[in-house]
Design a protein around this ligand. Structure first.
Ligand code: ADQ
Length: 457
């Protein structure tokens, strides 16, 4: 088993002297003392394609970035990645926009990156590719003769066989996957779907060790649920609560919190409607409970994201118009990002963490909400069964986000839940978060990748 240098490749390179975020922390740890390389786009859009990487100093590992042209940004990133793969992998084939230039530039960017990478990769390096923007990278690297171990982690759900058929290039998609040695997925349901996709191909063979032979390739798939730094987040929540007061509430009033990037996959309209259903069913809750929804905009150039924004503004206006009075606004809807430290305090203040995606790879907000709770008086997580996190977080109140009554009833149950039950559920959830945290995630993926056989013997 080789222990070569780690090369991480992601769409976006974390740039700046102190980049933050869960993935950066996890991978900084994974690079260890030996260092390694992290490669990704710079976030700059230029007129000429980058011919070579730009170096960024300052961290224990080396960072190399490249620029996208405006056309590549539109076709590779906004186009194929976020108007084809993202909606399709989240079960929204109806939102796909298929254009041949999207796929052409997706392949061109993956190939161009492979070419630049091939010139910096050393013989024993282990390459770990992140997420759906780079699905075609291993195939391009193999074409260039790169024979290193290459792993892939998909942060979003793996599509059903039925949805894969809606891809403009469903045949090629399977051979992109087969060019990796190891595919990491968030949940068991994703592994099952991937195996089904290969099973549908007559040219795929299932080997006795569970791996798949496809052409001259051998690939393995396993789930590695991504975690958070739960201990650090819990400390941050305590500090945040000491540092500043939370949201101002009337005496006896309780807070429900939703935090998401503004994305149609997160089920925010259903959440608002379920909250309205709660107010309708339980008139005594009038003035007693407020939904704080924080949803900063993303990918605003894509039409479907403009639509969801308009829908939510209208819906929150309608619900507030119907139920608000002089001292109470039922939905407080904040359309911008909140600093992490502040967020941790808001989670802790909330009696319910309401996480209702219609499809989600994992959902880290569910984990952050639990980690931020006061163990002596914890809030309750209401979690969609369609979030990958539901497989690990059985002690949440698991709901079908399409069933508004079920979500409303779960909120009512959470508001009434006795302290003993809240503590018991929270204790078990927190133990899971500490055991399978983000360091566990990156270490187990890398240990597996370093151990898989390279190619067919
Ligand atoms: P996302 O779709 O971005 O991630 P999620 O897992 O919930 O979804 O992570 C969001 C992160 O952004 C969280 O750390 C959250 O705190 C932060 N965030 C969200 N809204 C915020 C706000 N208003 N202000 C500040 N911070 C905010 C993708 C997949 C997920 C998968 C992750 C990691 O879609 O399913 O869990 O990658 O693999």
């Amino acid at each position: 088993m080789s222990d070569g240098r780690l090369v991480v490749v992601s769409n976006r390179l974390p740039i700046g002297p102190n980049p933050s975020g869960g993935l950066v922390v996890a991978l900084t740890d994974a690079f260890g003392d030996e260092g390694g390389l992290w490669v990704g786009t710079s976030g700059r859009v230029t007129t000429e394609p980058s011919g070579k990487f730009t170096h960024h100093d300052g961290l224990r590992f080396e960072r190399l970035s490249f620029d996208l042209t405006l056309r590549q940004h539109e076709n590779y990133y906004l186009g194929y990645s976020n108007s084809v793969l993202w909606p399709l992998f989240h079960g929204r084939a109806d939102l796909m926009e298929i254009k041949s230039e999207f796929l052409d530039d997706y392949l061109a960017v993956n190939r161009h990156l492979a070419q630049m990478l091939a010139s910096v990769v050393q013989r024993d390096d282990v390459i770990w590719v992140q997420d759906y923007q780079l699905l075609a990278l291993a195939e391009a690297l193999r074409d260039m003769g790169v024979n290193n171990r290459i792993g892939f982690f998909l942060h979003i759900p793996f599509p059903t066989l039925y949805d894969i058929k809606a891809l403009p290039n469903s045949e090629a998609f399977i051979s992109w996957l087969a060019s990796f040695d190891l595919i990491g997925l968030q949940a068991q349901r994703d592994v099952a779907r991937l195996l089904e996709a290969f099973r549908s191909r007559k040219d795929a063979e299932f080997l006795p060790d569970g791996a798949i032979r496809f052409g001259e390739h051998r690939v393995e798939a396993r789930n590695f649920p991504v975690g958070i730094d739960a201990a650090a987040f819990a400390r941050e929540a305590v500090a945040a609560t000491k540092a500043r007061p939370g949201v101002s509430l009337e005496p006896g009033e309780r807070l429900i919190i939703g935090v998401d990037r503004l994305d149609y996959s997160k089920g925010i309209p259903n959440r608002f409607k379920a909250f309205a259903r709660l107010l309708e069913k339980r008139e005594t809750l009038s003035g007693q409970v407020t939904l704080l929804q924080i949803a900063p905009p993303t990918r605003e150039e894509v039409a479907a994201y403009q639509d969801i924004r308009a829908e939510l503004e209208q819906l929150s206006g309608q619900i507030n118009g119907r139920y608000a009075d002089l001292t109470w606004t039922p939905i407080r809807y904040i359309h911008r990002a909140v600093p992490r430290a502040r967020l941790a305090g808001l989670y802790r203040q909330a009696a319910i963490g309401l996480v209702t995606p219609l499809a989600d790879g994992m959902n880290l907000v569910a984990k952050e909400y639990v980690a931020a709770q006061d163990p002596e008086d914890p809030g309750v997580l209401v979690l969609s069964s369609f979030a990958g996190a539901a497989e690990q977080m059985e002690d949440a109140l698991i709901v079908n986000p399409f069933d508004l009554d079920e979500v409303a009833d779960a909120m009512a149950r959470a508001l009434e839940m006795p302290l003993g039950e809240r503590k018991a559920r929270h204790g078990r959830l927190m133990q899971g978060l500490l055991e399978q945290d983000v360091t566990w995630w990156s270490r187990s993926f890398l240990a597996t990748l370093r151990g898989v056989p390279r190619g067919l013997a």
